[in-house]
Design a protein around this ligand. Sequence first.
Ligand code: PMP
Ligand code: GLU
Length: 412
Amino acid sequence: MSPSTASPAAPADPTAYLSDRILQIQESATIAMAKKSRELAAQGVDVINLSFGEPDFQTPQYIKDAAKKAIDDGYTFYTPVPGYLDLRQAICDKLLRDNQLTYAPNQIVVSTGAKQALSNIIMALVNPGDEVIIFSPYWVSYAAQVELAEGVAVPIMGTLENDYKATAEQLAAAITPRTKAVMYSSPCNPTGAVFSRAELSAIADVLAQHPGIFAIADEIYEYINFTEEHVSLAQFAHVKDQVITINGFSKGYAMTGWRLGYLAAHPAIASACDKLQSQITSGTCSIAQRAGLAALQGGRASADEMVRAYRRRRDLVLDLVKDIPGLVTPTPDGAFYIFPDVSAFFGRTAPDGTVINDSSDLALYLLRDTFVSAVSGDSFGAPACIRFSTAAADDKLVDAFGRIKRSLGELK
Ligand code: PMP
Ligand code: GLU
């Protein structure tokens, strides 16, 4: 018998052998749409990418300089799993300065982006069948990460009238004996909504009645906030130990590619995430961590400059959208998205004969017809809506919404 006939035949298509876990989830919709726009751009198409939620600013120079110095200073070795001690201390200093929260370095775990911090905490808390209540619309990866942990995502939906913020009453009504955690982002991706102190206080009071339920407060857009104040759920002292605060450097410091985020939590929870991370990625990139330390030491000045541009663009886009019949959008108080309801277009027909049945059809139509990319709302738990990033140059935004206005006007 020849060796080739003795070995088992390779499957023609290994897909069927993949785990149920991987087969049941979809690729992140934000990333899938960004990939489509990049492919079009590579073919020379004049695409305007409003699908990816990413600052269009360069990382500030002083942060880049710190990274270069880190290489020259020999920061090339494995790092402590939860992050360098001085970086964790700087994060504690930031939490005290910006959020009036007292944490010690053993309560901080630095990760490969806030995405990994979220994944760490979900994997550390959720048992199969546990329910995680998700304030909806929600950021795409929340539900997928809960499902990867074999938990059950339970959305509670905000209304347009309430700027898409689900309420403490809805939270209380959704709690069951299987509820393990609740999660939200504020400022919110995709809606830009910012929870007020009163709203978070009411949510904290619900949590206080359920000491075994944890709240994952995703504050990654903290600095991109056009209201007077950012409130952290952990500021409500009676529930502080139930709160896991997620934050990172991608948005405020325009450091998406560096992959640096963190969580702050009770020491036992931080230690569980540290243990998990020790088996998955170890400590994140040494150079990114030194850059992150410099970023924090520089305070908020660079972020404040970018925020002025985000605010101007938010106002510009709201002005442009006012002129487009059928797009109904609340005013975002933070982040860099608009999330209009587009259900007025469902059931209409495009000039090429295709019928727009839902927001996915609409996003694909806009991409085909105008080369503006956006993300359909279903992946954010809001199928009536569509998300446009406003983190693009003013002239690009004017061009994009001009194209969109023309194209939507052609739907009959
Ligand atoms: N949370 C929210 C709400 C986000 O929009 C993002 C950005 N993709 C993340 C977490 C993850 O950010 P990163 O992994 O880049 O730190
Ligand atoms: N936060 C961004 C977004 O929502 C980045 C993409 C991602 O990580 O999903 O588009």
